[in-house]
Design a protein around this ligand. Structure first.
Ligand SMILES: *Cc1c(COP(=O)(O)O)cnc(C)c1O
Length: 380
């Protein structure tokens, strides 16, 4: 392990693992299904620019983002493929979206009218994908009322505003019980059948996130939208595991020998029961280590576990290394990932914090440089 360091803490990203996860998920999709990698939230926190360079190697249909701002960023980075904005766009952003040729998802008729007016004003064409709410509830047209909204969308879409796609989103594909997903899939099929025919052109249909793809529920879909699995996050307890893409590492800034009774951190929630050795790490909740991890879980150092003690501070975290006398200042600890024979998986880390892998990845702070290297131990 190199001892050169410029950072107190960093996120290590393994591009080869990202690449292998991408191939694995693509090979799980139906043969006629094209991939639409979801790169919202800066590619789930790993850094979208470099993620795109990896994903582009499989010639994806396009990319999925959450917001217009993210779509504009992709255009700025030179992406010429379709960029689908998966969340309803705010009115204020429609103008930029049309100007830069983003593909907007549509969940209401008034939003579609706005888009159509903007396209007319700019004399520019764009594509829209209509979201169908089959049970997720947060966005989309109600699947039960397709006979009402279908013809109205058809009337509002023109050669300029092209109705290119129709999609839905599963709410429980991560769970082993396939019932809810099967029900949503049926509702989506019913919706497709209730809609007026597209004149000549086939609409692109898509349903699946990572979990849906791994369960192979929509092998006939035109597109699939994987996210978490690509980035090394498990898509469900009973589903195949991805390769580890992300590791979070921090340096020991300080080692202290403390007598029994010494208190630690805000609220003094930890008190040394004996003479102990504490290591202060250069990472805290300001970097995305959840405060909920105070007195919970462990980090890995030299292939051994060291428990987190006291509350997490904004910039520091303390671990107990009393049983690891060889560990000293400047050493690298692993909060998420593998070191030697020991590992804290992203999912274990999230579970200790009472949250999920998505929230941990997308919460990793901007103070942590993203270090892309196939060597698991390279350091900033
Ligand atoms: C985030 C998102 C995805 C990707 O989901 P994963 O569970 O990360 O694979 C797919 N579709 C939509 C609409 C999303 O919002």
């Amino acid at each position: 392990m190199s001892t050169e360091s410029r950072s107190r803490a960093w996120v290590h990203v393994d591009p080869e693992a990202l690449h292998r996860n991408l191939f694995r998920i693509r090979d799980t999709m139906g043969s006629g299904t094209r991939i639409l990698p979801v790169v919202k939230a800066d590619a789930y926190g790993i850094g979208v620019e470099r993620a795109l360079a990896v994903f582009d190697r499989v010639d994806p249909w396009g990319y999925g983002v959450a917001t217009v701002a993210e779509g504009l960023e992709l255009r700025r980075l030179g992406v010429t493929r379709p960029v689908l904005v998966l969340m309803p766009a705010e009115s204020e952003a429609v103008r930029d979206a049309v100007e830069r040729g983003l593909t907007l998802s549509v969940s209401s008729l008034d939003a579609l009218e706005e888009i159509s007016q903007e396209a007319d004003a700019q004399d520019r064409g764009l594509a829209v994908h209509v979201e169908v709410d089959t049970g997720m509830g947060r966005a989309g047209f109600d699947w039960r009322r397709a006979a009402e909204w279908g013809p109205r969308i058809a009337a509002l879409t023109t050669r300029r505003v092209r109705w290119e796609g129709l999609y839905t989103h599963f709410h429980s594909a991560d769970e082993a019980d396939s019932g809810p997903t099967e029900l949503q899939r049926r509702r989506f099929r019913d919706t497709v059948e209730a809609l007026p025919d597209a004149d000549g052109t086939e609409r692109l249909l898509h349903l699946s996130n990572s979990a849906g793809i791994l369960r192979r529920v929509d092998l006939e879909a035109d597109l699939a939208r994987p996210g978490i699995f690509l980035y090394g996050g498990s898509a469900g307890r009973d589903l195949p595991e991805p390769e580890e893409v992300v590791a979070v590492r921090a340096r020991i800034l300080l080692v202290r020998e403390v007598p029994a009774g010494t208190t630690l951190g805000y609220g003094a929630t930890y008190r040394a029961a004996r003479a102990e050795r504490w290591a202060t790490l250069g990472i805290g909740y300001g970097d995305g280590v959840p405060r909920a991890l105070g007195n919970q879980g462990s980090v890995v150092v030299r292939g051994r576990m060291a428990p987190i003690i006291g509350r997490i501070s904004m910039d520091l975290t303390v671990v107990d290394i009393t049983d690891l006398p060889e560990v000293g200042r400047g050493e690298v600890v692993t909060l998420i990932g593998t070191d030697g024979g020991a590992r804290v998986s992203l999912e274990e880390f999230a579970e200790h914090a009472g949250t999920n892998n998505y929230e941990i990845l997308t919460g990793l702070g901007t103070r942590l440089p993203r270090i892309w290297s196939s060597d698991g131990h390279s350091q900033e």
